[in-house]
Design a protein around this ligand. Sequence first.
Ligand code: FES
Length: 107
Amino acid sequence: MTEPTEWIDVAAEGEIPPGGFCTVDWGRTSIAVINADGAYYAIEDLCTHEEEVLTNGDIEGDEIVCCRHGARFSLKTGAALTPPAYEPVQTFPVRVRDGRVEVGVPE
Ligand code: FES
């Protein structure tokens, strides 16, 4: 994860329920901001196996499961935890500021 130079507004705090998510576009990248039991994580919303949208799958604790072939990714680190995905997904920092959830992106 690189140091953010810009923070993108995502949602009001409380607008993303536990186990839920919200997506924002950053250029051509879709970023999913996920509430995993009260902790926010942000990942690129694209499986590194065959480019399925990850938020089409299930969020289980601090992991997300790709709906196409079942690869699991860590929401904390982006690591691919099970085949058939081996490459990690990009992660982004998340902060809550003045009641707003924001995701940090590099310039
Ligand atoms: S596309 Fe995600 S596991 Fe294959």
